[in-house]
Design a protein around this ligand. Structure first.
Ligand code: BGC
Length: 452
């Protein structure tokens, strides 16, 4: 049986964060408001009415955080760039102070041998663009390309690879269909143009990046879908869910077409928003890598509401759960990766795991240490599953755990801790957890092995 000790020599180790979840400093140095600043002010939107106003104060403490990454031995750091710091209204000229922050961060990372892997959009759209329709508006895709150009021109001499979008599926469903995340719209299937416009934005940004010789990656949230039984109705529901979660954003990129959405009563041109030439442009964006964010599988049963969506989510039983209540199924990662290879064959680019991790209700022990054995078990299990997928022939180049730091967990506020490093949000004290030491030792052992 393959396990994490067998990972390939060139395998890269990393950790991920996102701007709104860690930076704070929302009113500083000319940053404009994002949809998350507005959404978090809405009564009842976020648990305990918390906001990302301060978060981990990473904007001011990034030097300390880079030192934590250096001591961890990371090869790469995945962070996101806050669009409203670069273009406060989402259009027009660049804000030098905003660019300056990422410029310094990139230099600090490179100085300690860590490759920066920026994500251009991790959900914090400039509020001014939301007022013009957000990702429901086609124009946002063009604005995204313009913003990409500004950032690539400034950082491109030191940053060779870029992630365009983070989890366009989750952003569409939580932000525009269900209203659980910013911008808090509840459009259900009328949110589908958000899928297309994000993909168009990705493709236009990819053009900008490729022109400059950069590598382009997208980070998709993917989940193996398990039918609740082998009854035909459950199988059909699972296939319908798979289309939405796993294929809507991957088929157009890798196969040049949208999957069949007829189970949703949606036409192949997504209700008219797909214009001639769009799919060609999206397919031509030529992904250099696919980022996979994996947390758990999804179990799906036949719909209970005949007029509603063509599936219902069913509980996965008999497995451990994270503090968030998410099922822990490490082999789901192997299943997902092998399934991607089988579905897309030669069209599948090399994969990097751009997020994987779990929330644990960890807290300081009386001796000041932070024991988080469930996280160690989670990471170990998933890395073994990853090694098994590689042994089955899937090309996976690296693993970025979510997350470096405990941070602002969107609608859950600060109630879910995902970090290798504990953050006391009252004092901003950082304390590496047991999982940090475990990950550090794993990376060191792998590095010793690869350097001979
Ligand atoms: C997102 C992260 C988030 C994590 C845990 C992913 O969906 O990209 O921003 O914190 O999952 O919920």
């Amino acid at each position: 049986m393959a396990n994490r000790r067998d990972l390939p020599v060139a395998f890269r180790w990393g950790a991920s964060t996102a701007a709104y979840q860690v930076e704070g400093a929302v009113d500083e140095d000319g940053r404009g408001p994002s949809i998350w600043d507005v959404f978090t002010a809405r009564p009842g939107a976020v648990r305990d009415s918390r906001t990302g106003e301060i978060a981990c104060d990473h904007y001011h403490r990034h030097t300390e955080d880079v030192a934590l990454m250096r001591d961890l031995g990371l090869d790469g750091y995945r962070f996101s760039i806050a669009w409203p710091r670069i273009q406060p209204t989402g259009a027009g000229s660049a804000n030098p102070a905003g660019l300056g922050f990422y410029d310094r961060l990139v230099d600090d990372l490179l100085a300690v041998g860590i490759s920066p892997l920026p994500t251009l959009f991790h959900w914090d759209l400039p509020q001014a663009l939301e007022e013009g329709g957000g990702w429901l508006a086609r124009d946002t895709a063009y604005r995204f390309a313009e913003y990409t150009e500004i950032v690539a021109d400034r950082l491109g001499d030191r940053v060779p690879a870029w992630i365009t979008l983070n989890e366009p599926f989750v952003h569409m469903v939580y932000g525009y269909a269900l209203g659980i995340h910013a911008p808090g719209r509840t459009l259900m299937l009328d949110a589908l143009p958000v899928a297309h416009h994000q993909l168009l934005g990705h493709a236009l940004a990819a053009e900008v990046l490729h022109e400059r010789g950069h590598a382009v990656v997208i980070a998709n949230n993917l989940s193996p879908v398990w039918p609740a039984s082998d009854a035909a109705a459950d199988m059909a529901a699972a296939a319908a869910y798979d289309v939405l979660h796993n294929r809507l954003f991957t088929d157009p990129l890798l196969l040049g077409r949208y999957p069949d959405l007829s189970a949703y009563g949606v036409s192949p041109d997504l209700g008219g928003c797909v214009r001639p030439g769009d799919l060609e442009l999206i397919a031509a964006s030529g992904l250099d890598g696919l980022g996979v964010n994996y947390y758990n599988p999804t179990r799906i049963a036949a719909p209970t509401d005949p007029g509603g969506l063509p599936f219902t989510e069913a509980e996965i039983t008999g497995v451990p759960r994270t503090a968030f209540g998410w099922p822990v199924v490490p082999d789901g990662l192997r299943e997902l990766l092998v399934g991607l290879r089988d579905r897309y064959g030669d069209a599948l680019p090399p994969i990097t795991i751009t997020e994987n991790g779990c929330s644990v209700a960890d807290r300081p022990a009386p001796d000041g240490t932070i024991p988080d054995q469930p996280r160690i078990d989670y990471l170990a299990g998933h890395l073994d599953a990853l090694a098994a997928a590689i042994a089955e022939g899937v090309d996976v180049r690296g693993y970025f755990t979510w997350s470096l730091l405990d941070n602002f967990e969107w609608a859950e506020g600060f109630s879910q801790r995902f970090g290798l490093v504990h953050v006391d949000f009252a004092t901003q004290l950082r304390t590496p957890k047991a999982s940090y030491a475990w990950y550090r030792d794993l990376i060191a052992a792998h590095r010793a092995h690869r350097t001979g």
